[in-house]
Design a protein around this ligand. Structure first.
Ligand code: SER
Ligand code: ZN
Length: 543
């Protein structure tokens, strides 16, 4: 974390961006030590913004080398530029074109954020705030723009040039040793999903035909000599595409889907639109050396990044507090995919083990934070087991509460209502609430309270009356900085096992709502009574 950015940001301070950027035309002229980036931004004042309000664009270690507004150079007192901010003091009221030229040095960018070059390959990572290291921008997830990217490089350095979206043009620059390619992404997206790659890479190719008959060219790019280790990743990709159509009705929406595997990458992988970039350990598998677990991980990460195309890219986060909106949901989706591809029980055991070994300690210690935090100083520190894994469990609970049909109805509404939107956890929950006529007000506490609830159950059987009573209480150990916790909605799947090993029937339940084999806990203390039992059952809880 750089000291000048160490300012706490609060969820309640959210305000929409004062300006919108409708289109972004980039021309990136690659050179290892000095890459020129020309950005042409179509800027529009938000209707609620005062005319003439300054336009402040984010930067990070940037050098401004040119600036025009509607084609005219700006006078010196009309703007100010530092490495971390470009301010246009009094922009026009009407929409305007801002052209910005910056110069960056991919070779010395060792943060691996923004545009960097490693092992001879140019590569980007823009989530969460890396795009501002390429050009000045409203670098926040609620500014959705249509991008066209022209990439130019020496043919010898980078015979392969890749961008987001569909390739629309390519060629040589006559009389030079350079060439270019142009990519257009018709889907409006936030800047964190921008990506480009350029280098001398090999690839494997395949195709997928979507349910509506769109043919998609699939390619996985790797270092030369590694092509024969991509077969499993490609197979996983095609199965992911089919599964998302079958299970969530989500169809792919571009003519190409490219994956690039690089050896120097900060995150596991990144879901950039149409151009996923991976740490190569989640792509390459050789039957001679890869373990079963390696295969399972590749399958899961390929699926995870692919599934972000809908849950993350077409529907993104309004602000970084909502990170679990895309991550919790997408982890849930990749868990379900793996469960369908292999053993559901084995997958569940593995996920619960991970939760207990990584997320429970996080949630009980000094780094405990809610699935949706309310405050951060450095968003990169919030890519945590709580946001990802607990976030996925909360979605899983939602499915348990609403049942598979109710859950699917809510998802359908969410995917339809919020397509091309940057939204919030509240808006997500409203879709499930509306689609199933369920009040999820109390359920929402799962997103706001840190800590792992402890559920304690004491059972008492009255032989004469044939009644079983469960005294159930829930609590969260006090956490620093969190007011005492309110009871959460906890679905408790259970059975009452009879003498022959079968689940026993009972007449009725009082003291809690019952949905099929799930008790819905909603109070700090609940006394739940089952009547009409023939003999004392063995209580089987948390199935
Ligand atoms: N957005 C990335 C992912 O989770 C960051 O790791 O897929
Ligand atoms: Zn993700």
């Amino acid at each position: 974390m750089r000291p000048e950015t160490a300012v706490a940001i609060h969820l309640e301070d959210y305000a929409p961006a004062p300006y919108q950027i409708d289109t972004v035309d980039l021309d990136i002229q690659l050179s290892p030590r000095s890459t020129d980036v020309f950005a042409r931004l179509a800027v529009r004042r938000h209707e609620d913004t005062d005319p003439g309000a300054p336009l402040e664009l984010d930067g990070d270690e940037l050098e401004l080398v040119g600036l025009t507004l509607d084609g005219m150079p700006l006078l010196e007192n009309a703007y100010s530029a530092t490495p971390s901010k470009l301010t246009v003091n009094a922009p026009p009221e009407e929409p305007f074109i801002l052209e910005i030229k910056t110069r960056i040095d991919p070779d010395t960018n060792t943060e691996l954020m923004g545009l960097y070059r490693s092992s001879g390959t140019y590569c980007t990572q823009c989530e969460a705030e890396g795009f501002r290291r390429i050009t000045y921008f409203l670098d926040r997830p609620d500014v959705l723009s249509v991008y066209t990217t022209r990439i130019e490089a020496r043919k010898g350095d980078a015979p392969i040039l890749l961008g987001n979206g569909n390739p629309v043009n390519a060629g040589d620059l006559p009389g030079t040793d350079r060439h270019f390619s142009v990519w257009h992404d018709p889907h409006p997206k936030p800047s964190y999903l921008f990506a480009m790659v350029a280098g001398d890479l090999a690839h494997v190719a395949d195709t997928f035909v979507t349910t509506s008959g769109r043919k998609v060219d699939l390619k996985i790019y790797v270092e030369h000599g590694r092509e024969d280790r991509c077969a499993w990743a490609m197979d996983s990709l095609k199965r992911s595409m089919k599964w998302d159509e079958d299970v969530f009705g989500c169809e792919y929406d571009l003519d190409v889907f490219n994956i690039v595997a690089v050896s120097d990458f900060n995150m596991g992988a990144m879901e950039n639109k149409g151009l996923n970039i991976f740490n190569d350990k989640y792509v390459l598998a050789d039957p001679e050396t890869a373990t079963d677990q390696d295969y399972a991980n590749i399958e899961a990460v390929i699926a995870h990044e692919y599934f972000h195309n809908w849950t993350g890219n077409r529907i993104t986060c309004r602000d970084w507090f909502q990170l679990c909106l895309k991550e919790g949901l997408t982890v849930f989706r990749d868990q379900e995919f793996s469960s369908d591809m292999r053993s559901r029980a084995v997958k569940r055991i593995a996920d619960v083990r991970l939760l207990k070994s990584h997320q429970f300690p996080e949630d009980a210690g000094p780094l405990a934070h809610p699935v949706r935090p309310r405050k951060y100083t450095e968003i990169n520190n919030f890519y945590t087991a709580t946001v990802y894994e607990k976030g996925a469990e909360v979605v899983r609970m939602l499915k348990t509460l609403l049942g598979p049909d109710g859950f699917r109805k809510g998802m359908d509404l969410y995917l339809e209502r919020h397509d091309v939107d940057a939204t919030t956890i509240e808006a997500f929950l409203v879709c499930f609430s509306e689609a199933t006529a369920t009040d999820l007000g109390q359920f929402a506490r799962w997103y706001d309270q840190a800590g792992t609830p402890q559920v304690e159950v004491k059972s008492h059987y009255d032989t004469r009356a044939g009644e079983l009573t469960l005294d159930i209480s829930q609590s969260i150990a006090p956490l620093p900085g969190q007011a005492s916790s309110e009871p959460a909605v906890i679905p408790l799947r259970f059975g009452l096992v009879g003498p022959n090993g079968e689940d026993m029937s009972f007449d009725r339940v009082t003291g809690a709502r019952l949905q099929e084999d799930v008790l819905i806990l909603e109070e700090q203390n609940q006394s739940v009574t089952f009547t009409g039992l023939k003999s004392r059952p063995v209580v089987s809880l948390l199935r």
